[in-house]
Ligand binder design. Structure first.
Ligand SMILES: O=P(O)(O)OC[C@H]1O[C@H](O[C@H]2O[C@H](CO)[C@@H](O)[C@H](O)[C@H]2O)[C@H](O)[C@@H](O)[C@@H]1O
Length: 377
C-alpha cells in the first residue's frame, strides 16, 4: 500500500495486525495451486505476521480534492509543465527502438491494466468494451509473450470483456490470479525458462478469500445507503468494491463520500483507495498490483532473474504500485497511459488505448521480424 493511493489526509489509527486467521486461508480450498505458489504467497507478506496500516476518518473534502486532482480533465496541463514531463516520460511509441534494444536477450513479459488502458473510459462500467482491433493485437501479443491482465475488476468480468483464454488474469487488484485455460503457443519464447514448463496452467491465487463474506455484506449495505444518490453505482469486484462517482453531480460527491466512510467505520479490516472517479474498498492486506506482478514473474520462473524484461502498461493510481516495483528492481519498463502530466513511477507514456494498441502491435511486428529465418539469399 502506498500513501499515494490511500484516500486520507488524516491518519487516525495507525497499525493493527491483520487477524491471525488470514494466514490459513490464503489459497482457495481445492484450488490447483502448486505448493511453490502458496509458499510464494506467504513470502510476499500475506500471513498473519504482517502488520498493515489501517486508515480511517478520512476527511471527505480531502479525498474529493484528491479525486478532482486525479481526474485527467482537471489535472494540471500547463504547457511548460507538460513539456518537461514529456522529457522525463517520453512516448513509448517514439522510443520504441530504444525499448526493444533494452530488452535484447531477455524474455519480454507483458502486463496490462484494463480500464483506461485496453478500453476507453466510459460512463457505464458495464460497457467498457475493447475494440476488435485491440483483441486481435492482444492475441498476437499472447502468441509471442507471456501476458497478464492486471485489473481492479472482478476477474470473470474482465474475462468477459477480453475473451482470450490464453492470457493470465489478475482480477480484484491482483487478489484473484488465474493462469491461461488455453494452451499457450510455443512461440511465446519461454524456452529459456526451465521452471516454467506447463505448470502455470493451474495457477490460482486468492490471498483475500477469507474477506469474501465481508465484502458481500458491505456491498449490500453500500447498495442500500447509496441508492438515494442519483448516478451513484456500486460495483462488486469480488474481493473489492467500487463506488462510482462519474455520473454523480459533483455537488453530491461529498455526501456520497461521507456515506461510504460511515459504512467503512464499522469495518476496520477494509480500506479505501482511489481510482478515476471511483472509490475502491478492499481488504487491508498487503497486496496490490505490484505484488501481483512479482507473484506472476516468479510463477513464470523469473524471481530474482535478470533474463526478464517486464513491460507494465496502466493508467491508474493503482498501477503505480507495479511501476514502483519495476523501478525499484531496475527491471523492464512502466508505461503510464495519460494525456496529461501526472506524478508517476512509470518511465514512458502513451496517450490513450489507441496508442496502447499501436505500441502492442509494433511489439508483435518487431518480434515476428526478429524471429524470421531468411529462406533465400
Ligand atoms: O484496474 P483497472 O482495470 O483500471 O480497473 C479500475 C476500475 O475500472 C473501472 O472503473 C473505471 O472505468 C469505468 C469504465 O470506463 C469508468 O466508468 C470509471 O469511472 C473508472 O473508474 C471499473 O468499473 C472499476 O470497478 C475498477 O476498479
Amino acid at each position: 500500500m502506498t500513501n499515494q493511493n490511500v484516500v486520507t489526509h488524516e491518519v487516525i489509527n495507525t497499525l493493527i495486525a491483520v487477524a491471525a486467521s488470514i494466514s490459513n486461508s490464503t489459497v482457495l480450498p481445492g484450488a490447483t495451486v502448486p505448493e511453490s505458489m502458496a509458499v510464494l504467497g506467504r513470502f510476499w507478506g500475506l500471513p498473519n505476521k504482517n502488520i498493515v496500516k489501517r486508515l480511517e476518518g478520512a476527511k471527505v473534502s480531502a479525498w474529493i480534492d484528491s479525486m478532482r486532482a486525479s481526474s485527467p480533465t482537471r489535472a494540471k496541463s500547463e504547457s511548460q509543465e507538460k513539456r518537461s514531463w514529456i522529457l522525463c516520460h517520453p512516448s513509448a511509441l517514439n522510443t520504441f527502438e530504444k525499448i526493444t534494444y533494452s530488452s535484447k536477450g531477455k524474455q519480454i513479459v507483458v502486463f496490462l491494466d484494463y480500464d483506461g488502458t485496453l478500453s476507453p473510459i466510459v460512463a457505464d462500467p458495464d460497457k467498457a468494451f475493447m475494440t476488435r482491433k485491440m483483441r486481435a493485437t492482444l492475441k498476437g501479443i499472447a502468441r509471442h509473450f507471456p501476458t497478464a491482465i492486471v485489473t481492479g475488476r472482478c476477474r470473470d468480468k474482465v474475462y468477459n470483456f477480453v475473451k482470450l483464454a490464453e492470457l493470465y488474469y489478475a482480477g480484484s487488484h491482483g487478489m484473484d490470479i488465474k493462469g491461461p485455460t488455453k494452451s499457450q503457443s510455443p512461440k511465446q519464447g519461454n524456452t529459456n525458462n526451465n521452471n516454467n514448463n506447463n505448470n502455470n496452467k493451474g495457477v490460482l491465487f486468492q490471498p483475500a478469500s477469507q474477506f469474501l463474506p465481508m465484502i458481500d455484506e458491505v456491498y449490500k449495505i453500500l447498495l442500500e445507503k447509496t441508492k438515494s444518490v442519483p448516478g451513484a453505482k456500486v460495483e462488486n469486484n469480488k474481493f473489492c468494491l467500487s463506488v462510482h462517482f462519474r455520473c454523480v453531480d459533483e455537488k453530491s460527491w461529498a455526501a456520497l463520500g461521507e456515506k461510504v466512510r460511515l459504512v467503512l467505520n464499522d469495518y476496520p479490516q477494509l480500506r479505501l483507495t482511489q481510482g478515476r472517479k471511483v472509490l475502491e474498498i478492499r481488504p487491508t492486506i498487503k497486496w496490490d498490483k505490484g505484488k501481483a506482478l512479482e507473484f506472476l514473474l516468479a510463477s513464470f520462473g523469473y524471481e530474482n532473474s535478470n533474463d526478464v524484461f517486464p513491460i507494465y502498461i496502466g493508467d491508474d493510481r493503482t498501477d503505480e504500485d507495479a511501476f514502483k516495483v519495476l523501478r525499484s528492481k531496475g527491471q523492464g519498463i512502466g508505461i503510464l497511459v495519460s494525456r496529461v502530466a501526472k506524478e508517476t513511477d512509470a518511465s514512458y507514456t502513451l496517450q490513450d488505448p489507441s496508442e496502447v494498441e499501436q505500441f502492442l502491435r509494433r511489439l508483435v511486428e518487431w518480434k515476428r521480424s526478429s524471429t524470421v529465418t531468411p529462406t533465400s539469399v
